[in-house]
Design a protein around this ligand. Sequence first.
Ligand SMILES: [Zn+2]
Length: 227
Amino acid sequence: MATAIKPWLDQAGNFPITHIGGIPHFNQGVLLDAPRTGVLHTTEGGWVGGLAIFKQHFAPHFMLGFDADAQKVRIAQLVQVGTIGAALKAHNNQAIVQIEMIGFSKEKPWLPDDDTVAALASLMAVCATEYGIPLDHPWPDGDFGKAGSNPHRSSGKYGKVAGWYGHGDCPSPDTHWDPGNLEWSVVLGKAKQMTNDLGAPHSALAGPLAMATAPGSTTRSKKKSRG
Ligand SMILES: [Zn+2]
């Protein structure tokens, strides 16, 4: 991946991404040669309360979910990608994207409301095409990392196996278990469907070979200014 990391995203599927400034963050880069990894959290509170905390510390790259003031599900970006998010206690530099989703961890299998699922899947789909985070979760549904020390934290997968992790899957000294027993396969399945609809991942469309083999490349190349 020689190309530069796109620091800010503007759109994920049907969801525009608002940029929220004035967020304290660390000017430390993520490890770009680490297996591409995303971490999902739940805020355990509402939009306003979550944002108030992130304006002081622990900010992730993205926050998404129901905003009671706006009366809708939305996505905001707080920290630029390429710089570490701070929603983990440690190992933040091995997660290129961290997302805080409005919601509450549950021990029973759960999904957020449909709009939040759509927003999360849309953002994961963009993160797959833009940052190469595979739409995989290293454990089957129902096998989730619990509070405190658990087999997921000591599995050695985080930092070695690319994909999407929950906070409860991330190694010690982290102890939080969010998002709990999330039905990952549903969210990731929707995200995969979205990337299929979008076409091949960005990485497969980079470079002169892809230009030469892309259908209609001779007629469309001059219009291709979106990047
Ligand atoms: Zn968390």
